[in-house]
Design a protein around this ligand. Structure first.
Ligand SMILES: Nc1ncnc2c1ncn2[C@@H]1O[C@H](COP(=O)(O)OP(=O)(O)O)[C@@H](O)[C@H]1O
Ligand SMILES: [Mg+2]
Length: 292
């Protein structure tokens, strides 16, 4: 393994200070190209280099499987094969992992499969047909979009869907998925959160396992994902996140910029750090880009 000194030396002062900040919750806020992901990956390498920390106690969450792959590759370049032992994945892949192990608390078979968007549409169309409703693909897509909004934004999912006149459709849809041993993406997250929130001992165990939680693209964390992070944090995990205030490409999934600003409330005692030097563009272009 490379010595921690050498990879820390390659960081600028603000990046290095962020890596070495060991408070229980840290949010690094910076613009694009300031090395947020690079700093996060170096933080993982730094933790791996510490004698008291094992690779399987690190959990790094990303929003896409591609981002997870890239982060693993960057980490491999810093620490070699130890990178293989770190859980680097999406929020959904964490929930798959969690629910395969613990879903029995919810009566869920460990062999459940994840339903992709195409199957979701087909299944919802057949439910709509059964309920004698309009069953075009477009209509199914529209309703799924609403399900997704409510499930990612709201605490009172059933109540909200009732208000929107969608509760019967939603229940029939879920029943159909359950019969086929399927979970859709939103339900994966909801059930993951649910099992952590309802089972304190289990939460304690998972937080004991994943002692160091990292999140890239924190600005895109939606309320359900925030509950997942908070569940582990409240049970003892450390949180170290990086985020870009200017990007909210996942806003259709329910990201509220407010949450980004609320970091210190969500994680009392948390510290916010900033990175100011951009590596992607010359400074004048970076300024212009931030104004569009
Ligand atoms: N301290 C640094 N010295 C040299 N290059 C850096 C440094 N920090 C980041 N970079 C480079 O800047 C580019 C953008 O980094 P990245 O981590 O992807 O930024 P962000 O996640 O903030 O968009 C990458 O090519 C990265 O290697
Ligand atoms: Mg990045």
């Amino acid at each position: 393994m490379t010595s921690s000194v050498s990879f820390l030396d390659r960081l600028n002062n603000q990046q290095r200070e962020a890596v070495l900040t060991d408070t229980r919750s840290v949010l690094v806020v910076a613009g694009p190209g300031t090395g947020k992901t690079h700093t996060l990956t170096t933080r993982l390498a730094y933790l791996l280099n510490r004698q008291d920390i094992t690779p399987d106690s690190l959990l790094a969450l990303t929003f896409t499987t591609r981002a997870a792959r890239e982060m693993r590759e960057r980490l491999r370049q810093l620490v070699g094969e130890a990178a293989q032992q770190v859980f680097i994945g999406t929020f959904h892949s964490l929930c798959v992992h969690l629910l395969r192990a613990e879903g029995h608390y919810l009566g869920l078979s460990p062999t459940f499969q994840v339903c992709d968007r195409h199957d979701q549409v087909t299944i919802l169309q057949s439910v709509l047909r059964r309920l004698a409703r309009r069953d075009s693909r477009a209509e199914a897509q529209r309703i799924l979009h609403q399900f997704s909004r409510v499930r990612n934004l709201s605490v009172e999912v059933e109540l909200e869907l009732e208000r929107a006149g969608l509760r019967d459709i939603y229940e029939a849809y879920r029943e159909r998925l359950r019969k086929r041993g399927l979970l859709d993406f939103d339900e994966l997250l909801l059930l993951g959160v649910y099992v952590l929130e309802r089972q304190p001992a289990l939460r304690q165990r998972w937080a004991g396992q994943f002692r160091f939680l990292s999140v890239d693209e924190y600005q895109d964390v939606n309320p359900v994902q925030l509950r997942l992070i908070r569940g582990l944090w409240e049970a003892g995990s450390h949180l170290w996140a990086v985020g870009d205030g200017d990007q909210a490409i996942y806003s259709f999934r329910g990201t509220q910029p407010q949450q980004f600003l609320n970091f210190e409330n969500d994680f009392p005692g948390g510290l916010v750090r900033f990175l100011e030097k951009s590596y992607r563009f010359p400074p004048h272009i970076a300024i212009a880009a931030s104004q569009v």
